[in-house]
Design a protein around this ligand. Structure first.
Ligand code: HEM
Length: 338
């Protein structure tokens, strides 16, 4: 897959490919979408208050974010701290009343399968904070919260952590088949299909809670059939043994030309053992929301209908929201830079 219309600016942590045409550097520096899930992350969803000048305060706070990041990264260079800002469909016209909405932006579409549901929950702003250390994420979140003042109300906050050798909460390695390098850029960053917002991306987030007692009661060989990969060494099952309702089988999707359509996931586990709460924070970036929505349809409704993802028998989606992630250069142009 190759698409010359795409921006190829390097991410701020240098992990994205370095093919960066001058035009891209001038017009569309993306936010650091293309990077790994990180060692520690905070996933924060907020609503914007209805009071008079809430949107002015939010715009000011978002404009000040790069300066806070610069200062913290100077002081904690090993933390590799980053923050991605997403904006929900209802918030867009409030924050940018003079600009058209990004072409593909719409609220999260809830799914009602015969057995499992993916609910839609509120969300005007989303912050995906990643670092190698929790304290760096926390410091940034605290400073950001201060600057947002009473302009926002909290919706959800999850603190994720890298678990063992990049395992998900259900004990399988998570992230293996993520696209890398140029393929990750092509999967996530908007190109000529929406020129005003090139370098932007879309993100869907969902908080899942696992029934760990039921999951752990399944023999490992059965768990492997649920995921479609081996547990210990993370090898994909052969097509003739991989069940059609396994997580992997339902999440490999192709376009009309038979090309595989990829998204970039940065899931992390989270939990609160004393409350017996164990979860996965799903976060998928894509240049087209439809790709993630197709995967969710396969999981919750089934492919074919009724053949739903068996992982859902052990995992309940409790939140669901969608956001547009503007290019960093767009935010700087619109909001200034600290
Ligand atoms: C309960 C939440 C979830 C858990 C614990 C989970 C876990 C996993 C694991 C262990 C893998 C295999 C390794 C890998 O390639 O990363 C995987 C693959 C994948 N998952 Fe998930 N996942 C979850 C939710 C989702 C959702 C909601 C989507 C899409 C909307 C999704 C899309 C994918 C895709 C595209 C792959 C790679 C398929 C391939 O190319 O082989 N996952 N997931």
């Amino acid at each position: 897959m190759s698409d010359s219309s795409l921006p190829r600016c390097p991410a701020s942590d240098g992990t994205a490919p370095s093919r960066a045409p001058a035009q891209c550097q001038a017009t569309a520096q993306p936010q650091p979408v293309v990077q790994s899930a990180g060692q520690a992350a905070m996933f924060i969803v907020m609503s914007i208050s209805q009071h008079g000048n809430a949107c002015d305060t939010v715009r000011e706070a978002l404009g000040g974010l790069p300066a806070i990041l610069r200062s913290l990264n100077l002081r904690l260079p090993d933390a590799h701290l980053s923050c991605i800002t997403g904006i929900g469909a209802d918030a867009w016209p409030r924050l940018f009343p003079d600009l058209p909405a990004p072409a593909g932006l719409h609220p999260f579409r809830p799914l009602n399968g015969a057995k499992h549901q993916a609910p839609a929950t509120p969300g005007d702003l989303f912050f995906h904070i990643r670092a190698t250390r929790t304290d760096a994420c926390f410091e940034l979140a605290m400073r950001l919260r201060e600057s947002l003042g009473d302009a926002v109300e909290p919706v959800d906050e999850v603190h994720g952590f890298r678990y063992m050798d990049a395992r998900s909460m259900v004990g399988f390695v998570d992230g293996t088949e993520n696209p890398q390098g140029d393929e990750a850029v092509e999967a996530t960053l908007i190109g000529d299909e929406d020129p005003a917002y090139s370098g932007g991306s879309y993100v869907i987030v969902q908080k899942y809670l696992h029934d760990m007692a039921a999951w752990n009661a399944l023999p490992v060989a059965e768990q492997e059939k649920v995921i479609g990969r081996t547990k210990y060494d993370d090898v994909e099952m052969a097509d003739d043994v991989k069940p059609s309702n396994s997580h992997i089988a339902l999440n490999v999707i192709e376009d009309e030309n038979g090309e595989e359509m990829a998204i970039l996931r940065a899931n992390l586990p989270f939990g609160n053992p004393s409350r017996n709460e164990y979860g996965t924070f799903f976060i998928g970036y894509a240049r087209n929301l439809g790709t993630i929505e197709q995967m969710l349809t396969n999981m919750f409704i089934g492919r074919p209908e009724g053949n739903y993802d068996r992982l859902l028998d052990y995992s309940t989606a409790v939140t669901g929201s969608a956001f547009f992630v503007p290019a960093e250069s767009f935010l700087t142009e619109q909001l200034g830079d600290g």
